[in-house]
Design a protein around this ligand. Structure first.
Ligand code: PEP
Ligand code: MG
Length: 908
């Protein structure tokens, strides 16, 4: 095994596609180096070493030491410096880098190699003692925290204490003598805390740092992040060891981060921030507020501090040229880290930029228009899960706004909630179903669970690339960062604005698109689905093979779904049409009737309600298929529960409440989900089917007459496991159809199909297909019955299964390819053995899940049918699946843990 890959001086042993081995950072450093860009020389220890480390009781492979030593010799040759040398010391950065970006989750050590001797050498060599001692105190602070495990707050407290004692504000005001004192205090802290001295041997420092980076793969926040982003634990991180370049070498030095396009809006303009005389962590930590890179963005932000463009015009030109080249080279928007050491530019990192959904849409459309990528590429690179953000509400511009402060528009969308000041409080509130805004001075990776639980995030410090901003954008949560006019008193739990003090629990609204912070709940408006969004959706529709329908039970759902681009109704759950108002009582009368006459009396009342509902759905969906499913009520959902409800229904039915209560008892089922529901009900009480079929066909006649458009009816029979069940019900439907259509004298086409939602139905699909015009896979029940896990009771243990790694995803959310999926494949194949053109669809919750949609494409289904708000997601995911199929790949945005190397296959 070759453990170490070197790079430097225009040569590299790896490439961008080696991220599996080198991690994203290592792979892109190699790529940039090979492109001839100015990259400090270095080496990358491959991810397998991390696996080895964790599998072998935190020990590293034997031959690694020599390979690293050779790599350092290579750096020494290229830099003319020597690691540990007391004249020209080489200092190193040691950084983590997994295959998938995990920003801020793992550890980094900078300025490694400094000790009491090399610090003097660095001072002499650079001619800048202040810089040398500043680097040394940073190194001890970072190493003490990351490798030796001393809380970084303890170092920060000493720093603050020194600054207070000296009566200075900025770190940069510390003199050499002050920094020497600080170093002595830091070292004393380590001795006090650990009873050991700060290691002076650069070699010991290096192996300590490498071990710490590998260990950080398993720290709590990295584990949480991986769970949230479906990153497998087995991947491991690589470690990049690189020659240090210094952004803190005086005022001709600087460090910064930039995006090749605006990560919030997608606008094609370089967007970034930098700090003069600083090291990388200062920018991300939000300790000092950074300056703009371009003059245009400086003007826009109204800052009076100079841009890089003005301050260092030559470096700026070189930098923008490199940015443009990297974007062209990778064919995607880049997120870049750089350092300027005494006016010399160095590139430290490039990676595909995280961006808001809006920015992703705009950048993809622009890049396709610029000819940088194809339209299919543009469609393929939008994360379907992220477009949820575009469906978020924004603040109604006409609403009265009580703005109490403003910060940076760090992540779009508006959110209202009660103020909380800690991540723990955010998580607790979310559990109680309350909406909260997490308010922090700044966030750190420890806040990840709180940020996830909050509706919105507000920070007082930090720029557009601060932790809060980056993470909130990634999560699609609205965020305002750096609202410096507000003050947070963490202890008193107050948020103080110029003329108001707010307490924990008070309601605020943040607008992540404008940066405004407002008091109270503000009216919101729904998003506009045109522009770039409409363009991507149109391109997606052109690439898509499967149709996308919606599950809609009400006219409002049907209208919303059409506005989102649904191509028909794939499931109308007719039992859901009876939940409202007085309807539920009529439904109860029908269920509780003691004989056919009683049932018919209730059905007579239900008929006109159903007819008008169906007519409205046909009218809204004119010309598109409407799938109406016969009643499938799990009885317990409809039976009266409270005494008052029993009394009500008894009065309506003219029955004695005691007798009715007995009847309810008699109907009690031990397992209603597997009980007298679906087609079983229709077989026991054929008059129900008769009424529903009549309502459907009469409605069709009405709608056809009114609109003049064809009505495409698909009647769906639920919970079938035997062909004879379907035969029985179909013959009744045909009889009613004949009568109604005959009376009306107009042609109405209809199909009768079946749900495939029981394992027996999937297994006997070739026989059932003889009687069915189409199949719709009901994966909710199919998952329930395949696993033998009740869909209503799964929540209490599925999370434990996930936490223990027994399953990697909830099978009720993301299809279990191996088990339930095999039944779908089998059902499809057997059904089409009988009828080669048998129409196949899916209408379980999985139909709105991108991973499951990919499976549907691979299986050759004709359509997916999901809830209205998921229709755009499904359109995009279906297009991506089709594009990927054409390229024999898996789509880019599927959770990596779920995708095996050889096509479809969730490993569980
Ligand atoms: C299903 O079982 O997947 C389905 C769509 O039906 P329901 O959720 O109504 O049981
Ligand atoms: Mg079902």
């Amino acid at each position: 095994m070759k453990w170490v890959y070197r790079f430097g001086d225009g040569h590299a042993e790896g490439r961008a596609d080696d991220s599996e081995l080198l991690g994203g950072k290592g792979a892109n450093l190699a790529e940039m180096c090979a492109l001839g860009l100015p990259v400090p020389p270095g080496l990358t220890i491959i991810t397998h070493a991390c696996r080895h480390f964790h599998d072998n009781n935190r020990t590293l492979p034997d031959d690694l030491k020599d390979e690293v030593r050779n790599g350092i010799r290579h750096m020494e040759a290229l830099t003319g410096r020597t690691f540990g040398d007391t004249v020209h010391p080489l200092l190193l950065s040691v950084r983590s880098g997994a295959r998938a970006s995990m920003p801020g989750m793992m550890d980094t050590v900078l300025n490694l190699g400094l000790n009491d001797l090399t610090v003097e050498a660095l001072a002499g060599d650079s001619g800048d003692a202040r810089f040398a001692w500043d680097s040394y105190r940073r190194f001890i602070q970072m190493y003490g925290d990351v490798v030796m495990g001393i809380d970084h707050e303890m170092f920060a407290d000493i720093l603050e204490d020194e600054k207070a004692r000296l009566d200075i504000e900025q770190d940069t005001d510390l003199s050499v003598a002050d920094l020497r004192d600080l170093v002595a205090r830091y070292k004393a802290l380590i001795e006090d805390e650990l009873g050991q001295t700060f290691p002076q041997s650069p070699e010991v420092q290096l192996w300590g740092a490498i071990g710490a980076v590998f260990s950080s793969w398993k720290n709590a926040r990295a584990i949480t992040f991986r769970a949230l982003h479906d990153i497998p634990d087995t991947w491991g991180t690589a470690v990049s060891v690189q020659a240090m370049v210094f952004g803190n070498l005086g005022n001709s030095s600087a460090t910064g981060v930039a995006f090749t396009r605006n990560p919030s809006t997608g606008e094609n303009a370089l967007y970034g921030e930098f700090l003069v005389n600083a090291q990388g962590e200062d920018v991300v930590a939000g300790i000092r507020t950074p300056q703009s890179i371009t003059e245009a963005s400086r003007l826009e932000s109204g800052s009076d501090r100079p841009s890089l463009e003005k301050l260092m015009p030559d470096v700026f030109v070189e930098f923008t040229t490199i940015c443009a080249r990297l974007e062209r080279h990778y064919g995607d928007m880049q997120d870049i880290e750089f350092t300027i050491e005494r006016s010399k530019l160095w590139m430290l990192q490039t990676r595909t930029a995280r961006r808001t959904a809006r920015a992703a849409m705009k950048a993809a459309v622009d890049m396709a228009d610029e000819g940088l990528i194809s339209r299919d590429d543009a469609v393929a690179r939008i994360d379907p899960a992220s477009i949820d953000q575009l469906l978020h509400p924004t603040i109604d511009p006409a609403a009265r706004r009580d703005i109490i402060g403003a910060g940076l528009p760090a992540s779009p969308g508006a959110a209202t909630g009660a103020i909380v000041f800690t991540s723990e409080a955010a998580v607790a509130a979310r559990k109680e179903g309350r909406d909260v805004i997490l308010v922090r001075v700044e966030t750190s990776p420890e806040d990840i669970h709180g940020m996830h639980a909050a509706r919105g995030i507000l920070t007082i410090r930090g720029g557009m690339t601060s932790h809060a901003a980056v993470v909130a954008r990634g999560m699609g949560i609205p965020c305002v960062s750096g609202a410096g006019s507000l003050r947070v008193d963490q202890r008193a739990e107050t948020l103080v604005a110029r003329n108001i003090t707010l307490n924990k629990g008070d309601i605020i609204t943040i607008d992540g698109s404008s940066g405004h912070v407002l008091v109270g709940a503000i009216p919101m408006i729904q998003p506009e689905l045109s522009g770039d969004f409409g363009c991507i959706m149109a391109w997606a529709d052109a690439a898509r093979r499967m149709s996308v329908r919606t599950n809609a039970d009400t006219p409002a759902d049907a209208r919303a779904a059409r506005s989102f681009g649904a191509e028909g109704i794939g499931l109308c759950r007719t039992e859901h049409m009876f939940f409202e108002g007085t309807r539920i009582n009529v439904m109860r009368e029908m269920i509780l009737a003691e004989n056919e006459a009683g049932r018919r009396a209730a059905l007579d009342q239900l008929l006109p309600m159903q007819r008008s509902d169906f007519a409205e759905l046909f009218t809204i969906m004119q010309g598109m298929p409407v799938t109406i499913r016969l009643l499938d009520p799990p009885l317990h959902e409809f039976l009266p529960k409270t005494e008052a409800e029993v009394r009500d229904v008894a009065a309506n039915m003219g029955l004695d409440p005691v007798g009715l209560a007995q009847r309810i008892d008699a109907l009690h089922e031990f397992n209603p989900m597997l009980g007298h529901r679906g087609c079983r009900l229709a077989i026991s009480y054929p008059e129900i089917v008769e009424m529903q079929a009549r309502a459907i066909f009469e409605a069709a006649v009405l709608a056809a007459r009114q609109t003049g458009a064809p009505v495409l009816i698909e009647i769906l029979v639920p919970l079938v496991s035997l062909r004879a069940e379907l035969d029985y019900i179909k013959s009744q439907i045909d009889t009613v159809a004949k009568a109604v259509i005959g009376e009306a004298g107009i042609a109405i086409d209809y199909l009768v199909g079946t749900m495939i939602e029981l394992p027996r139905a999937a297994l006997r699909a070739h026989i059932i297909a003889q009687a069915a015009d189409f199949f719709s896979f009901g994966t909710n029940d199919l998952t329930q019955t395949t696993f033998g896990i009740s869909r209503d009771d799964a929540a209490s243990f599925i999370a434990t299964y996930q936490a223990k790694g027994i399953i990697n995803r909830d099978p009720f959310i993301s299809l279990d390819f191996d088990g339930v999926g095999e039944l779908i494949q089998l059902g499809s194949e057997r059904g089409r053995q009988t009828k080669p053109n048998l129409k196949l669809g899916i209408c379980g919750e999985h139909a709105g899940d991108p991973t499951s949609i990919w499976f549907c494409e691979e299986t050759g289904l004709d359509y997916v049918s999901c809830s209205p708000f998921r229709v755009p997601i499904a359109r995009l995911a279906a297009a991506q699946a089709a594009i990927a199929q054409g390229r024999s790949q898996s789509p880019q945005h599927l959770p990596q843990a779920l995708v095996s190397n050889n096509g479809v296959g969730v490993r569980q």
